[in-house]
Design a protein around this ligand. Structure first.
Ligand code: HEC
Length: 229
């Protein structure tokens, strides 16, 4: 909505505006001075043709209008960019959120029969919702281009059982479409979870939990676990 000049004029107070106006008047006077000077060249060599003064006039005029009319070019705004690695997003957001949701609904067998563990109070449902939102939005974090899989020098926790991060990164770079497809799987699963949580639908949460598990595995079998020897 806002262009750069709107940003400039919107932000200033009226006293600031008055100061800017005075400043502009001074500049306009300077421009006229410059134009008069340009039209009366002090040097009168032969190569100073007649058009020279006019061209200088136009140049000074355009440059001054740019200075007076525009504000400084908008300072670059902050851009989205990966700040941490896929491993960090997994450990800090994806896994804790998914674990919370998987553990939130359970059928527990007791000596007196079965007991259902599920969110019951408003606070518990609120917490359920918070973890689901984190999971849903983690898919956006994974979509940000150029995120490294792990920090330089970080190795697989279980070499031989897991691919090395740089190997995974090369696979993703070579075929990004497959990576995007797997993120899409995670997004679909977590959106199903969100719908179920917002409806306080416990069976829906259990179903979404199964789909979520498959979405994790689909991506991990593609990249993380090397093919069986
Ligand atoms: C789009 C692909 C993708 C999806 C979907 C995905 N992961 Fe991952 N995950 C990865 C990659 C790639 C790694 C390997 C990173 C590394 O080398 O540490 C990983 C690693 C992990 C790790 C290990 C981090 C470590 O200690 O090294 C955990 C835990 C994890 N994922 C949990 C999950 C869970 C839980 C889900 C589902 C809710 C999930 N992931 C969904 C791509 C994915």
């Amino acid at each position: 909505m806002r262009n750069s000049s709107a940003v400039c004029s919107n932000r200033v107070s009226s006293s600031e505006k008055r100061r800017q106006l005075n400043w502009s008047m001074e500049q306009i006077l300077m421009v006229f001075g410059a134009i008069r000077a340009a039209n009366k060249p002090m040097i009168s060599f032969r190569f100073v043709e007649r058009g020279f003064g006019l061209r200088v006039t136009l140049l000074v005029l355009v440059a001054s209008l740019l200075i007076i009319g525009g504000c400084k070019p908008a300072t670059p705004t902050v851009q989205y960019a990966p700040m941490t690695t896929v491993r960090d997003v997994m450990k800090s957001i994806v896994e804790p959120s998914a674990d919370f949701l998987w553990d939130s609904v359970e059928t527990i067998a007791t000596t007196k029969g079965t007991e259902k563990k599920m969110p019951r109070t408003d606070d518990e449902w609120l917490e359920e919702h918070e973890h689901t939102v984190a999971l849903v939005e983690a898919t956006n974090l994974l979509l940000i281009p150029n995120r490294h899989v792990a920090k330089p020098g970080e190795r697989a926790d279980n070499p031989g059982l897991e691919r090395e991060p740089q190997e995974i990164e090369a696979m993703i770079a070579k075929d990004r479409a497959t990576f995007l497809n797997r993120i899409g799987g995670l997004r679909q699963a977590s959106l199903k979870m969100l719908t179920a949580v917002e409806a306080r639908d416990v069976t829906g949460i259990e179903d979404a939990g199964g789909i979520l598990d498959k979405a994790c595995e689909d991506c991990h079998t593609t990249y993380w676990y090397p093919p069986d020897k």
